[in-house]
Design a protein around this ligand. Structure first.
Ligand SMILES: Cc1ncc(COP(=O)(O)O)c(C=O)c1O
Length: 394
């Protein structure tokens, strides 16, 4: 692996590359092969035994997934990692192999709907208990710790209401009680925030979002301390939720432009926040670096920029919200985020539909809540689309 150490984020993202082959290609080729050959039975045995390092089967490793993970490790400042087939494979694959029957998990209530379902509906079938906590209530986090607490899971900013977890406080809590500290860093990306600095043991990504950045492929990654990654790796290589070489190739290429894309996502989001903030039609607007965010100070400390998402509630309730969404012409109505294309999502009926109405309200998902994922189109066109949809939907 051709790694250039001690360089800036952008340079690492571009110049961390699989060793050049005899063809002298400039850009990493796609290694579309399910297995790798051995020079002898002895070499095959040594590879299987772990005596010798190298590729043997694509469920275990592949030059494209290695490049993707090596690059992410440099960007997150972590020592080890594993690529997964999707973000959910990373969420499940980080928690499940690190806990056992009789253990207890503490998680923020404000996490992606499907991650909540894993913790509250799947893991209990294996004897793993849980407590959900309001992410901004430090006393509640402390009180949730039990003797058998093994894992703490948090997402910051959270999907979709952009709540902020106090990463340093939770890092200290986990250290004090010897709890494995998992942080879903999907919304911030390593460009805006590096949870390892706050003592995270495992950092989880849905690469489907900003890492791909163009709405093409599913993927995920778990990064962090080697002792925990080894456990995840053994679980995932056996159970098979590996990232495909093609998706790894796409995602590694995408990382080359992550910094420049994030700069634009974030600046577009800031302009939209300011526009909505001063608009009479808007009841509430949420943006981590917005002055009215309840955790504004914390978000400023933890995140280099405010991220590419803005949440809002329009005056006029659910019906007005629906009319507004239907009137959008440029924005896509879809459940993904972090794309070059601006997206408007209605979490109550899509990404978080599996939560009960009460559970939705507990994390701030009101029936009329809209999540904007700012794309890379010209900001004037984005604002013009929102302006016309506000007018039409009155
Ligand atoms: C914060 C967060 N984590 C994990 C996931 C799951 O990722 P994937 O859809 O790639 O499985 C999502 C998906 O929306 C997400 O928003």
């Amino acid at each position: 692996m051709n790694r250039i150490k001690n360089k800036h984020f952008e340079t690492l993202a571009i110049r961390t590359q699989t060793e050049q082959t005899d063809q002298k290609e400039h850009s990493t080729p796609l290694f579309l092969t399910s297995s790798f050959t051995f020079d002898s039975t002895e070499e095959g045995a040594a590879l299987f035994d772990g005596e010798k390092e190298g590729n043997l089967y694509a469920r275990f490793s592949n030059p494209n997934t290695d490049e993707f993970i090596n690059k992410l490790n440099l960007l997150e400042g972590t020592e080890a990692g594993i690529a997964t087939a999707s973000g959910m494979a990373a969420v499940f694959g980080s928690i499940f192999p690190n806990v056992k029957s009789g253990d207890h998990i503490i998680a923020s209530r404000a996490i992606f709907g499907n991650s909540i379902n894993v913790i509250t509906q799947i893991l209990p079938n294996y004897g793993i208990d849980y407590t959900l906590v309001d992410v901004d209530d430090n006393q509640a986090w402390k009180e949730a710790v039990k003797e058998n607490t093994k894992f703490l899971f948090v997402e910051t900013p959270s999907n979709p209401t952009l709540k902020i977890a106090d990463l340093a406080f939770l890092g200290n809590l986990c250290k004090q009680y010897n709890i494995i500290y998992g942080v879903d860093n999907c919304f911030a990306t390593p460009y805006l925030q590096q949870p390892i600095e706050y003592g995270a043991d495992l950092i989880i990504h849905s690469a489907t979002k900003y890492i791909d950045g163009q709405g093409r492929v599913l993927g995920g990654a778990i990064l962090g301390k080697k002792q925990y990654i080894d456990v995840c790796y053994n679980f995932l290589r056996r159970t098979g939720a590996s990232l495909s070489p093609f998706n790894a190739w796409v995602l590694s290429k995408s990382l080359e432009t992550l910094a420049i894309r994030m700069d634009r996502h974030c600046s577009n989001a800031e302009v939209l926040y300011n526009y909505l903030e001063s608009n009479d039609e808007v009841k509430q607007v949420i943006f981590p670096h917005g002055k009215n965010h309840p955790q504004y100070k914390l978000a400023k400390e933890q995140m280099k920029q405010g991220g590419g998402l803005v949440g809002c509630e329009l005056k006029g309730g659910t019906k007005r919200g629906a009319r507004f969404l239907n009137a959008l012409k440029l924005h896509s109505l879809t459940a993904n985020l972090g794309d070059t294309r601006s997206i408007a999502t209605h979490p109550a009926s899509t990404t978080h539909v599996k939560l009960s109405k009460e559970e939705q309200l507990e994390v701030g998902i009101t029936p009329g809540f809209i999540r904007f994922s700012l794309g890379l189109e010209h900001i004037d066109d984005i604002i013009a689309d929102i302006k016309q949809a506000l007018a039409v939907s009155k």
